[in-house]
Design a protein around this ligand. Structure first.
Ligand code: UDP
Ligand code: LCN
Length: 808
């Protein structure tokens, strides 16, 4: 990359570079992020009256494209370049003679500290966190495009081990097979098979034995024959299934390859009891959506839990076992429940046999705090004791240890780490959204922000959980490694500084096979295409039509539509700043043409600022009223301030689709975006933000459309173009609608998700067993961070809480 800088310097664009640098120094900021850099460069291009092609076509334009950060010093400027996905390089360019020199990570981090005025070399070095040495002995993915396909990589790696070093690895596989028990009974192989060669020899005999039987003959008929040959339940429910599984094992021992390995490991019955951890929010099945901190994560975890049970029942039945899996969602019990069931210890999940929400109270350090809901930013001091108490409750509830623990969000992931470490269980984490990338200077300004956000705790917890996890599930590739021009959420944890606290030299290895992209699905009983009229209830449809378009009830809806027949532009989200519903209102307000063709319909939690205690929400409510006023949107907008029941939230998309409407998701950034899947499966053409997960869900112009929420005019034009096309050719709406439905059914279902998740649990379970000695040193380092760094800080926060009557 230094070549590119040098090429610019040696070219006729040298003068442009100098002038651009001059413009940079006219900015107030000394630390410029990508959005600032692009803005200044665009300013330069117009000041210098450059042709449009200069912005991206010139050498300087290319250099800017790769630049993530500029740090301006008096004599020189530092560039952070990201030449390819998941790689970063640091350079210093002298302002006067444009001499270029590389910077080390340490120098870069020191420089970052200097911009905050907190660099005090005389005080000595700051603590450096470096996880890389622990990964040096792990297998590593080479090509960045394969990041997130960890399990495929691991299967190849493990099968090559079985091939190259069968003595060691076949022995491990054999020992692994002997481990499995369920409800006190041995599974797979018993003590009659004491050695690998005995297993190998006996396999052929058993294959011959089952091959001689009717394929559909139930396992129970020949169970005792197999037992006397050394084989216990778990191989299959019929003669054909047992034969197939044994043949896969035989093939694996004979000539291992990755497909055979995955096929075999996926059949091992080793997951019976699963714990999903989601501590902070109002976790429940009713009346919780739209409350602070309780959004898509609750929807995701509930659907995942249901689907896991279904898949486990199917797997256990096929394995010839009595299917009785148990899934427990672990959350906190909130005594002051505010009308929810969050004060109930145990709640069965609807539509399941054995899925439960288990609520464990926080210890009463200070009842004024711990009796109430606590924001996710304040929950940290209570998590260690919560994990300890939960361990006991879980052991009692499950009558033993779980086989898999899945954490959700930073707090749940930390608890999952503590539980998994204590119980010796495979640990998976799911971030949903990593807070660090949501706030531009969250690490650099952590001290100023700590009062409100406590990022020093959250980022430390994230580093602990992501490094300790056996495997990490993400919803998109870019959650891990970003795109060609934007940094991934996990990637942003690789190198950063928290001035005066620590420097992270290497926070996470993105090329480690622990990363797996496994997107979620949608609840297909609630969200389904509007065309499935036989599954819709006419009464609900009429009631919601009224609510959406005409009901005159100031408690539920604001605004009256002059022409309710216009095409509805619909959006539904909490009124958080980042969800940007106000941006959509402004886009609509600024476009009379759009108003001529469409109405804007928003479902957004609340209507009145005085009903909210959340600062951001209050500001958004006021802004929405102000926009309605400014752009005279009366008669063209309806704003519903309701918390919809789950079935209604499905029907509402279909009612909009009945009128050939459009769903718009205008978030400034969206980690994934469940509403996008919900809208698409309902058959709604969807326009969603290009910043975040939607970029991977929607194929622009094919099954939906991507928008830039910062470019209001461009978005309005894109919407108008679509509306125009639909008016000229009514089958166009239909075409996009059908493709949207197909996109979700083919790629985003819970069946695909849980089949994959369970395969991961099994493969990483084996990998964990086979390679344990490589992980212990890493886990010790992580533990040290927890006890020496996290815990004392959490203790300080607890002391602050104890001086207060309540926290918000
Ligand atoms: N939701 C809802 N009512 C609302 C707002 C949202 O039922 O008033 C649901 C919505 O249907 C979706 C979830 O909450 O299932 C929001 O998830 P998403 O991933 O879109 O965003 P998050 O809130 O997690 O950031
Ligand atoms: C959190 C978010 O911010 C959303 O983008 C996701 O869809 C949701 O969690 C579920 O993973």
């Amino acid at each position: 990359m230094s070549d590119l800088i040098q090429t610019v310097i040696d070219s006729e664009e040298k003068a442009d570079l100098r002038q651009f640098i001059g413009l940079l120094y006219q900015q107030e900021k000394r630390y410029l992020l990508r959005s600032d850099i692009l803005r200044v460069f665009s300013e330069y291009c117009s000041q210098a009256e450059k042709e449009d092609s200069f912005f991206s076509g010139s050498l300087l334009g290319q250099l800017i494209y790769f630049t993530q950060e500029f740090i301006l010093e008096n004599e020189s400027l530092c560039l952070v370049l990201r030449p390819v996905i998941a790689r970063q390089e640091y350079f210093r360019v002298n302002r006067e003679d444009l001499r270029v020199e590389p910077l080390s990570i340490q120098e870069y981090l020191d420089l970052c500290d200097q911009t905050t005025g907190r660099f005090r070399p005389q005080d000595g070095d700051v603590l450096e966190l470096d996880f890389q040495p622990f990964y040096d002995f792990s297998p590593s993915i080479r090509d960045s495009k394969n990041i997130g396909k960890g399990v495929q990589f691991l299967n190849r790696f493990l099968s090559s081990k079985l091939f190259q070093d069968p003595g060691k690895w076949q022995q491990r596989l054999f020992q692994f097979l002997r481990l499995h028990r369920h409800n006190g009974s041995q599974l797979l192989i018993n003590e009659r098979l004491q050695t690998l060669s005995q297993l190998s020899a006996q396999l052929k005999r058993v294959i011959a034995f089952v091959s001689a039987r009717r394929p559909e003959e139930p396992y129970a008929n020949f169970r005792f024959d197999l037992q006397s040959l050394g084989f216990e339940p778990g191989w299959g429910n019929t003669a054909a299934r047992v034969r197939e599984t044994l043949e896969i094992l035989d093939a694996l021992l004979d000539s291992p390859d990755h497909e055979t390995l995955e096929a075999f490991i996926s059949r091992i019955p080793m997951v019976f009891r699963v714990v999903l951890v989601s501590p902070h929010g109002w976790f429940g099945q009713e009346g919780v959506l739209g409350r602070p901190d309780t959004g898509g994560q609750v929807v995701y975890v509930l659907d995942q839990a249901r689907s896991l049970e279904k898949q486990l029942i199917e797997d256990h039945t096929l394995a010839g076992l009595e299917p009785n899996p148990k899934v427990v969602i672990l959350t906190r019990l909130i005594p002051n429940n505010d009308g929810t069931r969050s004060n109930q210890r145990l709640e069965k999940v609807y539509g399941t046999d054995n899925v439960w929400i288990l609520r464990v109270p926080l210890r009463e350090f200070n009842p004024a705090v711990t009796q109430n809901w606590i924001s996710r930013f304040e929950i940290w001091p209570y998590l260690e004791s919560f994990a300890i108490d939960s361990e006991k409750e879980l052991m009692a509830e499950l009558r033993g240890r779980p086989d898999l623990i899945v954490g959700n969000y930073s707090d749940g992931n930390l608890v999952a780490f503590l539980l998994a470490r204590r119980l010796g269980v495979t640990q998976c984490i799911i971030a949903h959204a990593l807070e660090k990338s949501k706030y531009s200077y969250s690490n650099l300004q952590w001290e100023e922000l700590d009062d409100q956000y406590h990022f020093s705790l959250q980022f430390t917890a994230d580093l602990i959980a992501m490094n300790a996890a056996n495997f990490i599930v993400t919803s998109t590739y870019q959650e891990i490694a970003g795109t060609a021009d934007s940094v991934g959420q996990y990637e942003s944890h690789r190198t950063f500084t928290m001035p005066d606290l620590y420097h992270v030299v290497s926070g996470i290895d993105l090329f480690n096979p622990k990363f797996n992209v496994v997107p979620p699905g949608v609840n297909e009983n609630i969200y389904f295409p509007y065309t499935r009229t036989e599954d819709r209830t006419p009464g609900d449809r009429e009631r919601l039509e009224q609510l959406l378009f005409s009901l005159d009830d100031p408690d539920q809806a604001y605004g009256h539509l002059d022409d309710p027949g216009k095409r509805p532009l619909f959006s539904m989200a909490r009124l958080d700043r980042i969800k940007n519903l106000t941006g959509l209102a402004e886009c609509f307000g600024r476009s009379p043409a759009l108003q001529e063709h469409c109405n804007l319909i928003l479902v957004a939690g609340k209507l009145r600022a005085e009903d909210s205690t959340d600062r951001e929400e209050i500001a958004e409510i006021n802004r929405l009223y102000e926009l309605i006023d400014r752009y005279r949107l009366e008669g063209k907008i309806r704003w519903l301030g309701v918390r919809l029941a789950k079935v209604d939230s499905g029907e509402i998309y279909r009612v909009i689709a009945d009128r050939q409407g459009v769903f718009v998701q205008p978030a400034l950034f969206e980690a994934f975006g469940l509403t996008i899947l919900e809208a698409m499966i309902s058959g709604l053409p969807t326009f969603a933000t290009r910043f975040g997960g939607p970029l991977e869900i929607i194929q622009d112009g094919v099954n939906g459309f991507l928008i830039n929420p910062n470019a209001l005019e461009e978005t309005a034009e894109k919407l108008l173009e679509f509306v125009g096309k639909c008016e000229a050719n009514p089958s166009y709406w239909q075409q996009i609608s059908e493709r949207a439905v197909h996109r979700v059914y083919s790629t985003y279902t819970w069946k695909i998700h849980t089949t994959r998740l369970l395969t991961l649990a099994r493969v990483y379970g084996f990998w964990n067993y086979g390679s344990q000695e490589n992980r212990e040193d890493l886990l010790r380092y992580v533990e040290m961070l927890f006890y020496l760094l996290f815990r004392p800080r959490a203790q300080k926060l607890l002391e602050r809480h104890s001086q207060r009557d309540s926290i918000e």
